[in-house]
Structures are given as C-alpha cells and as structure tokens.
Design a binder for this molecule. Structure first.
Ligand SMILES: NC(=O)c1ccc[n+]([C@@H]2O[C@H](COP(=O)([O-])OP(=O)(O)OC[C@H]3O[C@@H](n4cnc5c(N)ncnc54)[C@H](O)[C@@H]3O)[C@@H](O)[C@H]2O)c1
Length: 283
C-alpha cells in the first residue's frame, strides 16, 4: 500500500460533506490519521464509522467553526490526542443564491461568519498548533472557482471566497518561515449536497455542455488535488490556488461554442443571442 502520509495527522472541516468525506478517505488511504470535524456531529460520525469499516484511521468530532471556543478546543484536543497536527483542510462552507438587490443582511452575515471568519479561525488555530509542534505543516483552504469568476446571484458567496484566496496568499508569506505551506483549491461545480438541487434542476447538463472535460466535478477530483497539496510532492508549492474545474472557469464561450458532452470532434457553432420568449415572463 502506498502510504506517503503515514505518521501525519490531518483535520478536515466540513468533513461530513461530499468533498470533506472524499478527502478523508483519500488522506486516510495514504496513511494519515484523520479527524473529520463538522457542525453536524452525527453526520461526521456516520462518515468516520464508514471509513473505519474500510480499515481507515478516521475519527469524528462536532465543531461549529463560527464559534472560536469550539474551534480552539477541537484543535487542541486533536493535537494532544495525536501528537501534533500536520495537515488542515479548511473545507467547510455555506452558500445561498440571492439576487444582490434582495440579499438579506442575515444571509450576507452568515456567509461572512461561516466562510470567512470561520475559515480564518480554523486556519489560525491550525497554524498556531503547527508552529507549536515545530515540524511545519500544510494548510489547504477550499475556496471555489467563484473566488476568481463572478457568478450572478452568488455575490456573498463569491465575495467571501475571493477574500479567502487573498488570506491564503498572505498566510503563505507569514508562515513560510515556519515551514507551513498554505494553498487553496478552487473546485468548479461538484456533485455534493450543496449542489444537488441545482444539478437535479438541469444544471448538470448545462455544466457538462460548457466544461471542456465534459462532466460535472466529483468530490474525488478535489480530494486528489488536496492530497497533492497536503503531501511532500508539493513541498515547494505555497501561496497558490488550484482550479479543479474540468477547464470550465476560464473557458467562457465567446463567439464560437460547442457541446462538450460530445467527446472528440464535436461540431462548433456560432453563438446566438438568446431572445427571451414572452412565455411565462408576465407580459
Ligand atoms: N460542491 C461544489 O460545487 C463546490 C464548488 C466550489 C467550492 N465548494 C466548497 O467546497 C466546500 C465543501 O462543500 P461540499 O460541496 O462538500 O458541500 P456539503 O454541503 O456536502 O458539505 C459542506 C459541509 O460543511 C459543513 N458546515 C457548514 N457550516 C459549518 C460550520 N459553521 N461549521 C462546521 N461545519 C460546517 C456542513 O455541515 C457540511 O457537512 C465548501 O466550502 C464549498 O463552498 C463546493
């Protein structure tokens, strides 16, 4: 068995979710002792129990990352129980779709509390424990392709994720002297609970058609990128943000477009401006 992460201790936030659980399986499969932390403690325990049944070393803990005391307690207990902390995947996040003009302040505040302040608390706790441990470490933040590509109706989500990309860069500068590397992963649309409703409403076909690699992202795609950034193969990589999006983000169709679900020599066609029909638009 290939176990490049043996003797490493990893904490994954949002570990009960799709990307978090896939990453727990990946890192534990490479030999790391993994703690999955999630606001939903029962769901985290369900994930951990399933992975333990596969023979993997995964434990679960309940943690709401908007609460500084819970974050500090979980990181202290994890470091104490496992003899330190080497890898942190700051993955938990939250998102809602709202028109900017109607965005309720409470929804904005929730994005800031979970995505921005919560991730800050997680990264700071991880970095402090890594410095204390004296053996360096790797912090990976799950931002989003929305951090670099604006998406209408996602103003709060995109703004908080963009801020995290900058936080990653500043942390990389400050923490390099402690041999702590900090990088971001930026998934495109990935099939998890977060996107289930939208994908089931037909967004899956749209994403497939507009993505050069012709499919929706899988949690395992992101987990593989995280494993690279967590391990020694990326020992000279810090302050970066890695898209994991099948090429979709920067492939905004301009004049010619195609349907990437057709693999190989798919026909290209000139884009046409779609004129809204009067059907159902209230006129
Ligand atoms: N799925 C996508 O298309 C996609 C794309 C880009 C980025 N992301 C990011 O990936 C990350 C993981 O999302 P996912 O797609 O696996 O979704 P998911 O809904 O399956 O998982 C998110 C997890 O975060 C947990 N969580 C939410 N708020 C929390 C809090 N305050 N404290 C602790 N845990 C909390 C949830 O309980 C859930 O288990 C998120 O940061 C998300 O923004 C997802």
């Amino acid at each position: 068995m290939h176990t490049p992460l043996r003797d490493r201790v990893a904490l994954i936030t949002g570990g009960a979710g799709g990307i978090g659980a896939a990453t727990a399986r990946k890192l534990a499969g490479q030999g790391a002792a993994v703690v999955v932390a999630d606001r939903d403690g029962a769901a985290a325990e369900h994930v951990a129990a399933g992975l333990r049944a596969e023979g993997l070393g995964v434990r679960a803990v309940a943690m709401d990352q908007t609460d500084p005391e819970q974050v500090e307690r979980v990181f202290s207990e994890t470091a104490q129980a496992n003899g330190g902390l080497d890898i942190c995947f700051a993955n938990a996040g939250w998102g809602r779709v709202d028109a900017f003009l109607d965005l309720p302040l409470a929804t904005w505040n929730r994005h800031v509390a979970v995505n921005l302040t919560g991730t800050f608390l997680v990264c700071q706790a991880a970095a402090r424990h890594m410095v204390q441990g004296g053996r360096g470490g790797s912090i990976i933040v799950n931002t989003s392709n929305g951090a670099v590509a604006p998406a209408a109706l996602f103003s709060a989500y995109c703004a908080t994720k963009a801020a995290l990309n900058m936080l990653v860069q500043v942390m990389a500068g400050e923490l390099g002297g402690h041999d702590i590397r900090v990088n971001a992963v930026m998934p495109g649309v990935t099939a998890t609970a977060m996107t289930k409703d939208l994908l089931e409403q037909g967004m899956d076909r749209l994403v497939e058609a507009q993505t050069p690699l012709g499919r929706v992202g899988r949690p395992e795609d992101v987990a593989a990128a995280v494993a690279f950034l967590a391990g020694d193969d990326s020992s000279y990589v810090t302050g970066t943000a890695q898209l994991v999006d099948g090429g979709a983000t920067h492939n905004v169709p301009r004049w010619f477009t195609t349907d990437y679900r057709r693999r190989g020599a798919a026909p290209w066609r000139l884009r046409h401006l779609e004129t809204p029909t009067t059907e159902g638009d209230g006129t």
